[in-house]
Design a protein around this ligand. Sequence first.
Ligand code: CA
Length: 668
Amino acid sequence: MIKKIPLIALALSTMVGCISQNSEKTYQIQSPNGENTIQFELTDLAPQYSVKHGNTEVIVPSKLGFVFKDNDTLQHNFEVVSQKESSYDNTWKQVWGEKHSIRNHYNELVVHLQEKSEKKRKLNIEFRAFDDGIAFRYVFPEQGIKDSIFIMDELTTFNLKEDGKAWWIPAYDEQRYENLFTASPVSTLDTVHTPLTIESKSGLALSFHEANLTDFASTTLAHTTGTTLKTDLVPWSDGIKVRTTKSFRTPWRTLQIAKKPTDLITSYLVLNLNEPNKIEDTSWIETFKYIGIWWGMHIGKYTFWEGDKQGATTVHAKEYINEANKLGIDHLLIEGWNKGWTPSWYENAMHQFSFTKEADNFNLKEVTDYAADHGVKIVGYHETGSNLKNYLQQIDSAFALYKKRGITTVKIGHVGSKLNMKEWHHGQFGVNYFRYVLKKAAEYGLEIYYHEPIKDTGERRTYPNMMSREGARGQEYNAWSDGNPTSYTTILPFTRLLAGPMDYTAGILDVNIEQGYPGRRVHSTAAKQLALTVTVFSPLQMLADLPENYMNQPAFKFLQDVPTDWEDTKVLNGEIGQYITTVRKDINSDDWFLGSITNEDARSLSINLDFLDKNVSYEAQIYKDADGTDIDHNPTKIDIQKKKVSASDSLTLELGSGGGTAIRFKKI
Ligand code: CA
């Protein structure tokens, strides 16, 4: 099933005008349109790089290198042995995604360095300049080193020319990536996760992240002095950052550069830096919408564990299958179906879940047979509780059981502060664990989505059974905590979502959560919940509310209609933390869908419909906050209007405080 696809590389050995080398031993590479320039040089025999966007200096000379065990530094005393320039231009197609065809176009400079000292170690640095940003990675080639290599620190810095407003979540937190974003100057940061998005003083939108995180620690960014950030590799529990043998290749260090924040969203630089699809037959990989025995647990109607209020029973499962049929939704997630759940399942402990034994009152075969008879597919669920010793012992039998029962998608949870109560989710141990499970799932023909995951660095390109993931505060926080503030979902597209799809679980129409805990609610209007299915891209889109809240709801039609796989995506407007309007074209029809959301401020947004196909008419099916509706006034009230429009028209969207608008443009 796994095969290697050769890269179609355009190697040009003489790139006149692209790369110049002057007598001071500086090496330059420019992006194809000339906008982004990377300069490399040896200063006092130490490698340094800098980055410019047009004439604007973005990164001023910054360090490169490593520290190995015993304070053995690989940073100084280098000479450039050789350099190689090339250019690449190829358009590839996603198996599924937010855009079908993606152009990968860059100029590359590879610098081969060697120490002048007695060790004479080699280090290659590969730089790529794209029109939407830059990237580089280190390759430490095989060179006769027989001992293990322990990386104690990566010395890469990003010395920003000027300060800017950074949108960040803290690294090394017990909640993993599940934190609210703060906006503050780069110069005041501590240690933060990526993607790290910055609005620079001179007006550029920047986002630091990494691509193709494979067999390495993920990096966080630590503020050192001034406006300098440094890679801070997440350590193993013994303090070593990365363990390897013979050679290593780091993930790509990426910096997306745009003139405005909305352009970061349609930059595919991170995907372009991942390897092409390795799964030969992808016919079994599908995108879909699903409902779940899930929200009931979060709002306290049901329990994950066995007892009077047990959510996952055969009876409930059959009811949900019947309701899925009524709603026209063909996938159902069932959590808590197996043995091992207790009222304290989420606490840090080595919980012993079984992945093959059913909970009392639940019969997996009966449920999957009933589902198959009714045209519904069950989405499997494995909660590891971060006890990976327990999970990995059972993973083959667990995957085999799902295959046998016709289950082709598995949600895998990792609640817990540390994996095995010991290792960070985002250290090399976690990175390798998440990749191992992904590849194993591919062998079983299973698509997966992770909760409490490693951050996304674009591996869905290589393994397109890597569907979606959490990796941020999701909707569930609204059920049992103060919740996600109104502005939160207007920050996500510019930050977390730059990494890749998110299983946010939108679509709560009963935003007051009538059956939930007192004082808990969803901090948006119901119309905004519809719009989130467009503004938050996920190939698996949960319609998270209780099915009964969808019955006889005219607005549910939008959730029925909205696709999960797209031909194209455009962002019409937006400001981080304030509002965003995204349009996407269905991959299977000529219809476009729009989602527009706002923070606590009501606003009216004028949009041009010139993204629509020319010379045809559309029926705009508009789902908006009803007149006088906002987060505090009748938030569940959705007004549905129909209007004939074409590409030459414009529309004004009226969003209430905490509100939104969703539109299907149906070709007529
Ligand atoms: Ca979670």
